[in-house]
Design a protein around this ligand. Structure first.
Ligand code: CMC
Length: 427
């Protein structure tokens, strides 16, 4: 591909264009500052690729999402979450023997050290589950000093498996503490989703069998959330990892980044918004009017995406699943009807059409989580559970890349000019 040519003052500058495997291409401006003294200004990195990644392909114009080349629709229908976790980590779908070995090693690491319970018990019962999960993930590092060297491939692999194995236990145990119920230990005979559901919802006094429909839907939702390129939390994970912080610390940073309502926290915010609409008695035209009003901080949560400008393929799958799961469970949730009406009204409004704002992954997922029995403030934790293999894969990709550098963006200083210190009595 031809070099890119830019004119600056009276010089013509050329920069190489790097091609991706699909139709993507990027201008490599690494030499820009050296040649001109200029840096680039790109709010929110909307046009900036920090590096190259071979994990996830997204085409926002056409609504395409693929993990390692495999379309999300096929993985959601046919795969299991642990198979997808393997695919993201190692780049290929596992053979039967490889998958057996991977699943076996994940199930062997599901237990937490007994003293980790004290950590959950140190939090107030009202603590947000994302805050607890980030803290517990960070704390895990202190139990596994053998897995902290980011340059030791074997210990990184072990640390990755431990994280994927122990996160459902951490999430379920923090919930059990909060609802004053006994901790339920993992059952390694169960698949990943069923084991998690059992740790969440069973009590030792009764037999518990995870509902097939719920377990399958959870498996699918985890797959749909498993990776999404250089989003806010994955970039946070890579950024922290770029300074060679250990895997656990980097993942804890990702969990914090995910918690915000513009990112993963949107699934909780959608449900709260739907409840608020019902409570206020506002009609949908009023709601849409508020979402469009720049003076009003209200936004239609679960709508819009930095990359998708046509539709979010995950939202399409989740919407269909929401209808199927609720029907199959015999749940008649008025919030699902409200969400569908809201989508219809928004999609026929010029404001949303012109700005290409469509429902995203978070718009319908909460309705399914609610039908499964999860409290609203746990929705983002479920997103984190799904995104974990993606974060780990992103971190490992960066740390294994000989061309990787510490992330250190430039800035355009816009503060005060130099001035002399003034003694406190003279100010
Ligand atoms: N409701 C009303 N207006 C919106 C919305 C919305 N949900 N989203 C974007 N807009 C408007 C925005 O005001 C702006 O209008 P204008 O051009 O007149 O200034 C225009 O659309 C472009 O929006 P932006 O904020 O510049 O776009 P962005 O790419 O920086 O932000 C976003 C993307 C997802 C943060 C944003 O669409 C948003 O806040 N959505 C609601 C929160 C949400 O659902 N987040 C989940 C994202 S998907 C999963 C994930 O990443 O975790």
């Amino acid at each position: 591909m031809a070099d890119a040519r830019f004119l600056y003052e009276d010089h013509e500058l050329t920069f190489p264009v790097v091609e991706g495997t699909e139709s993507d291409a990027a201008v490599d401006i690494s030499a820009l500052r050296g040649k001109t003294g200029l840096v680039t200004l790109d709010r929110g990195f909307a046009n900036t690729a920090e590096g190259q990644s071979a994990i996830t392909y997204i085409n926002g114009e056409e609504g395409i999402l693929r993990y390692r080349g495999y379309p999300i629709e096929q993985l959601a229908e046919k795969s299991s979450f642990l198979e997808v976790a393997y695919l993201l980590q190692y780049g290929e779908l596992p053979t039967k023997a490889e998958l057996d070995e991977y699943e076996e090693s994940i199930t062997r690491h599901t237990l937490l050290r007994e003293d980790v319970k004290h950590l959950f018990e140190a939090f107030p019962h009202t603590a947000h589950p994302m805050q607890i999960l980030a803290s517990a993930t960070s704390a895990l590092a202190t139990y596994y000093p053998d897995a902290l060297d980011p340059m030791d491939r074997e210990s990184v692999d072990l640390g990755s498996r431990r994280l994927i194995a122990k996160t459902p236990t951490m999430v379920a145990w923090s919930y059990k503490y909060r609802v004053h119920q006994p901790y339920v230990y993992p059952d390694n005979n169960l698949d990943y989703a069923s084991n998690f559901l059992r740790m969440m919802f069973s009590v030792p006094a009764e037999e518990y069998l995870a509902d097939r429909v719920i377990a399958q839907a959870l498996n699918m939702l985890l797959i749909l959330h498993a990776d999404h390129g250089q989003n806010c939390s994955s970039s946070a994970v890579r950024l922290v990892g770029s300074g060679h912080a250990n895997l656990f610390s980097s993942i804890a940073a990702g969990i914090h980044a995910l918690s915000g309502p513009l990112h993963g926290g949107a699934n909780q915010a959608v449900l709260e918004m739907l409840h608020q609409i019902v409570k206020s008695g506002d009609d949908l035209d009023t709601v849409i009017k508020r979402a469009k009003d720049k003076e009003d901080p209200f936004r239609l949560m679960g709508f819009g995406h930095r990359v998708y400008k046509n539709f979010d393929p995950r939202a399409r799958i989740i919407k269909k699943a929401a209808e199927e799961v609720l029907t199959s469970l015999g749940v008649d949730d008025p919030l699902l009807d409200l969400a569908m009406q809201l989508e219809e009204v928004a999609l026929s409004d010029d404001y949303f059409v012109e700005r290409k704002l469509y429902p995203n992954v978070d718009f319908y997922s909460g309705i399914i989580y609610r039908a499964m029995g999860f409290p609203t403030d746990m929705f983002t934790v479920l997103f984190a559970l799904g995104r974990l293999p993606g974060w780990i894969a992103q971190w490992r990709e960066l740390l294994g890349d000989p061309a990787a550098k510490i992330f250190r963006p430039r800035q355009l200083y816009s503060g005060a000019d130099t001035r002399d210190y003034v003694a406190i009595d003279d100010r």
